[in-house]
Design a protein around this ligand. Structure first.
Ligand SMILES: Nc1nc2c(c(=O)[nH]1)N[C@H]1C(S)=C(S)[C@@H](COP(=O)(O)OP(=O)(O)OC[C@H]3O[C@@H](n4cnc5c(=O)[nH]c(N)nc54)[C@H](O)[C@@H]3O)O[C@H]1N2
Ligand SMILES: Nc1nc2c(c(=O)[nH]1)N[C@H]1C(S)=C(S)[C@@H](COP(=O)(O)OP(=O)(O)OC[C@H]3O[C@@H](n4cnc5c(=O)[nH]c(N)nc54)[C@H](O)[C@@H]3O)O[C@H]1N2
Ligand code: SF4
Ligand SMILES: [Mo]
Length: 918
């Protein structure tokens, strides 16, 4: 019998960030084998970043949850959904609708999200449905709503191509929105007059592209933008016509910044008056500007005010609703926007309607024909878990998020989940920190299997498409919710057979009683998509909302007519007052801990953690500290430190980062109980939230830092996964196994026993002590195949993982290779240092050599020589940083003037020839 061979190219979208890139996936017999960016998708025009490029490595079934489970025993779907429905109904009957809650995710598709919200708000009758987007963009939503009367993102990616001035505030787009970042880079290359400013207390990878970086004091953004407004007023850079025609609240807001002069602002922001003037003058002089903001703005106890301080400056200069201008909140998750559209937050109704507006309540109930409708806001994320702790919420259903790792104050969340009478978790993975506390585990499909739509940061709706069948008994989230709704007695209202049925209903609701003759009274109107056939839905071309009879093909510049969605149709200036973050450093906790993302990992690593390629750049968590500060503390690179806040503690290796302000440290968010149990940074953050949005202050907590003493570091490579007995350990994937980095003070005289006891691998074990390097090596070989290798030393051995991995990949190893590993004698080809370019595996040492030896002082020259940065381009910021650090601008022959800053406006500094290296 000949085997059928079916190759297809299926169009979908990337499941990671809010850029929302289109992907073309090649499948062979329904197995995805290759991925490339969709040339025609307006979000990426064919580009993908390193995460998108490595998607294929993440679709295996390792670790997947494939059966519904009750109390850790597999059950069938009938039992599982009946049990969930019964428990929820009993709880509601006994304690009322507000005794139950859903905690969902911006990583659900719009269809999943829509019916979860419908079930809770229209049928259970509570608004206790909140989402991890609360931690992500709820401040941005509240900021827009205060200013525009609606949650409308006024910008498009095309604005980035046409702006004169791009201001990135609290955004590390080089790592977090890489494809957009490359678009910014391209715009600057095309027009060198374009200025880019990065506003971030930390010199991030994004700052490498900037004309200048303003390292403001953490949390001082309101003061900075109030200072800008003051400057604009003082320098007659205000658009009075625009203000008079289209805005309200100007006089109070203008009067409110009367004291925000340069000197005061400089003090509040810890910046020099010159730095401020440079920024302010550019804003005043530029005809167009985009302020692109993300978590450095949103994740703050003043997040909403930060947003309005930014929006105020755009309104005051009329820089909104025009090509190349606007306050652009960039969303993180692939479908944070879809969640906003369906009303998936506890303080919203569906289709951007207001939860406390009686007309809207009536309208939604009428449309849903529902027995009830919520009439007040439900519990926002932090309150939701507090209410579980207080015993008010007794049953919770968590979907597509891992709150134990991502919510602040882990100890409190853990306590809540332990206490909660009934915890249901829908996830695609078998294990995560939150699943540990689930009474019921429901196996969900994930990217590659799911079908539906997502909306990206520029309001563009795209299809995510199933590439392969659901594995095991996994079901789509919408199917799981539908089945539970049926069991709760709401079958006729949840009669959906395909995601398209839900989408069309959602689209119809957005247009329901929404103005007449195509003039929508509510911003979110996609009624133009409410009659799609299944075929049209499947072939939906990415389109920006609104989509209605006035804008059948979408609308790019939503406020181009100067009309807003407030009762007066005027935009609102909001008077905001700068405040300090909720905590202040003390003698006990003298440091400010900031947290955020790394280039190659996604959140709690449930997906990116499967990719060996993505583990190459940074493979363990760190506490980044300014080297000067480390010196004062007597700490050296790669020491372990204990970081303690008033809320919890973590143990992390130290890394130096000269780009950190003194007194500030930074740690990535990605590690959990499964990957580095002492490194979950959310333990250190308190439950401080913005009073309006409820978004936690995840960028600021006070901490103390102490050296954590250990005797030895162990770097292990293993065929099998294991739990190292170690004070600290971190795990990453290699192609055929795992790499572990451990540190402990166990008396491991018999290192070989430690390795054997921990892994339980049966094979031939051998041991070697290299007296020269001090590295002790333990090996296990079975049938000539390498099973395990560990390198132990009193310092971090940092053996090149590519080398060991290449040996693991071989069916058998030679005696010479065995001897080499025993001596920890890395083969010559692998002495390249830390991987910088993951696509072509180009190491730091190679890059530095090219810069130093060949004077390759542009990313293009490095790319020509080593190929680095020429595929996805995600590493270009690091290439630029290496050029800045090692490049020999100093190799100047004559007494030349050196421009020490990338900025054309920066002061030129004359360097005497004697200080210049030969
Ligand atoms: N590689 C990768 N990309 C991602 C994600 C991921 O996990 N990995 N996650 C996605 C998601 S959900 C999100 S929300 C986005 C987040 O995208 P970003 O917001 O760009 O990323 P973060 O690293 O969280 O934080 C951005 C910056 O805020 C700065 N910051 C801290 N405090 C302040 C402050 O007071 N003021 C200012 N101005 N800046 C401050 C930090 O130093 C940091 O550099 O990324 C998305 N993209
Ligand atoms: N200190 C600190 N904390 C933060 C942040 C920070 O910057 N600093 N950032 C915050 C932000 S912006 C965000 S967005 C959050 C992110 O934090 P989380 O949302 O908690 O993190 P994820 O790892 O994305 O969790 C997604 C879960 O859904 C599962 N999953 C994947 N696909 C599907 C699916 O289709 N269906 C179902 N049911 N499950 C699926 C995955 O296996 C995983 O367990 O973290 C927040 N926490
Ligand atoms: S920028 Fe990268 S992670 Fe974001 S959608 Fe595009 S490919 Fe995916
Ligand atoms: Mo996010």
């Amino acid at each position: 019998m000949t085997q059928q061979f079916e190759q297809k190219i299926i169009r979908s979208s990337c499941p990671y960030c809010g850029v929302g890139c289109g992907v073309d996936v090649t499948t062979i017999n329904s197995v995805p084998t290759a991925v490339k960016g969709t040339e025609t998708h307006p979000a990426n025009f064919g580009r993908l970043c390193v995460k998108g490029s490595n998607l294929i490595q993440t679709v295996d079934l390792d670790g997947r949850l494939l059966h519904p489970m009750i109390a850790d025993k597999p059950v069938d779907w009938e039992q599982a959904t009946l049990h969930v429905a019964d428990k929820f109904q009993q709880t509601i009957k006994k304690y009322g609708p507000d005794s139950v809650a859903f905690y969902v995710s911006g990583q659900l598709l719009t269809e999943d999200y829509y019916i979860a919200n419908k079930l809770m708000k229209g049928f259970i009758g509570s608004a206790n449905i909140d989402t991890n987007s609360r931690l992500c963009m709820s401040s941005a939503v509240a900021g827009y709503k205060r200013a525009f009367g609606s949650d409308t993102v006024p910008c498009s990616y095309e604005d980035l191509d046409h702006t004169e001035l791009l201001i990135l505030v609290g955004s590390n787009a080089a790592w977090t929105h890489p494809v957009l970042f490359q678009r910014m880079e391209k715009a600057k290359l095309a027009n060198p007059d374009v200025k880019i400013i990065v506003i971030d207390p930390r010199r991030s990878a994004t700052a490498e592209l900037a004309d200048f970086h303003l390292p403001l004091k953490a949390g001082s953004d309101v003061a900075l933008f109030n200072g800008l407004l003051h400057y604009l007023i003082q320098h007659n850079a205000i658009d009075n016509n625009y203000i008079n025609a289209h805005c309200e609240g100007w006089s109070t807001t203008a009067a409110g910044v009367a004291h925000s002069d340069i000197d005061n602002t400089a003090l509040l922001c810890d910046l020099s008056p010159e730095q401020l003037t440079q920024f302010y003058q550019l804003f005043a002089d530029s005809k167009s500007s985009v302020t692109f903001y993300s978590q450095g703005v949103n994740q703050s106890s003043q997040g909403v005010d930060k947003c309005n301080a930014i929006i105020n400056c755009h309104l005051a200069t009329g820089k909104i609703g025009k090509l190349g201008s606007g306050p652009f909140s960039i969303t993180g998750q692939p479908n944070a926007m879809g969640g906003r559209e369906v009303g998936g937050l506890a303080n919203m109704l569906a289709a951007h309607m207001n939860i406390e507006d009686q007309n809207h309540q009536q309208l939604v109930q009428e449309f849903w024909q529902s027995p009830t409708i919520c009439t007040k806001a439900g519990a926002k994320a932090i309150d939701l878990f507090d209410k579980i702790n207080a015993g008010e919420i007794k049953a919770v259903w968590i979907m597509a998020t891992n709150p134990l790792v991502s919510l602040p104050n882990r100890n409190v969340i853990e306590q809540a989940l332990k206490k909660c009478e009934f915890v249901v978790v829908s996830d695609c993975m078998e294990k995560n920190d939150t699943l540990t506390y689930a009474d019921v585990k429901l196996p969900a499909t994930t990217w590659g299997e799911k079908d539906g739509t997502v909306t990206n940061s520029e309001r563009r709706i795209s299809r995510q498409t199933g590439l392969m069948p659901a594995p095991g008994q996994a079901k789509h989230d919408w199917q799981i919710i539908r089945d539970v709704a049926h069991k709760m007695g709401f079958a006729s209202h949840f009669d959906y057979h395909h995601a398209a049925d839900i989408f069309k209903e959602h689209a119809a609701l957005s247009g329901y009683k929404n103005g007449s003759h195509g003039h929508a009274v509510r911003d979110f109107d996609i009624s133009g998509l409410s009659t799609l056939s299944l075929n049209e839905y499947n072939r939906l071309i990415p389109v920006q909302w609104p989509i209605n009879s006035t804008y059948p093909n979408g609308r790019q510049h939503i406020f181009d007519d100067g009309l807003f969605y407030t009762p007066s149709q005027k935009a609102q200036f909001i008077h905001v007052v700068a405040q300090l973050p909720q905590q202040t450093p003390t003698t006990e906790f003298p440091y400010i801990l900031n947290s955020g993302r790394l280039r190659d990992q996604w959140h709690t690593m449930s997906r990116t953690g499967k990719s060996a390629a993505l583990a190459k750049n940074i493979k363990e968590p760190f506490l980044f500290i300014n080297p000067k500060e480390a010196e004062q503390l007597g700490l050296s690179k790669s020491d372990l430190v204990k970081v303690t806040s008033p809320y919890g503690e973590v143990i992390l290796p130290l890394q130096f980062d000269k780009g950190l302000k003194v007194g500030n440290v930074f740690a990535p968010i990605h590690w959990s109980q499964l990957t580095a149990p002492t490194a979950n940074i959310s333990k250190c953050f308190g439950s401080f939230v913005d009073p309006i949005s409820g978004q936690p202050e995840s960028k600021f907590t006070v901490v103390k830092i102490e050296k954590y003493n250990t005797e030895q570091f162990i770097q292990c490579f293993s065929d099998v996964e294991f739990q190292p007995n170690s004070d600290y350990w971190a795990k990453v994937k290699i192609t055929s196994g795992f790499e572990y980095i451990c540190a402990n003070s166990l008396p491991i005289d018999l290192a070989i026993n430690w390795c054997r006891d921990n892994t339980d691998i049966a094979g031939d074990w051998s041991y070697f002590e290299n007296s020269q390097s001090g590295i002790r090596t333990v090996l296990c070989i079975k049938d000539n195949k390498l099973q395990f290798a560990a390198f132990l030393a009193s310092y971090k051995p940092e053996i090149n993982a590519d080398w060991v991995e290449s040996l693991f990949d071989q069916p058998s190893v030679t005696v010479e290779q065995i001897n080499r590993i025993l001596r920890a004698d890395v083969a010559q080809d692998f002495l390249n240092g830390k991987t910088i370019c993951s696509c072509f595996k180009v190491g730091e040492t190679q890059i530095i050599n090219a810069i130093v030896d060949h004077n390759d002082n542009t990313t293009e020259l490095l790319g020509q020589r080593l190929k680095c940065g020429t595929n996805c381009g995600s590493c270009k910021s690091e290439l630029r940083a290496l050029i800045n650090e090692h490049g020999q601008q100093h190799k100047v022959k004559d007494n030349q003037i050196l421009n020490l800053s990338a900025s054309n406006n920066a002061k030129l500094v004359q360097i005497p020839i004697t200080e210049i290296e030969a």
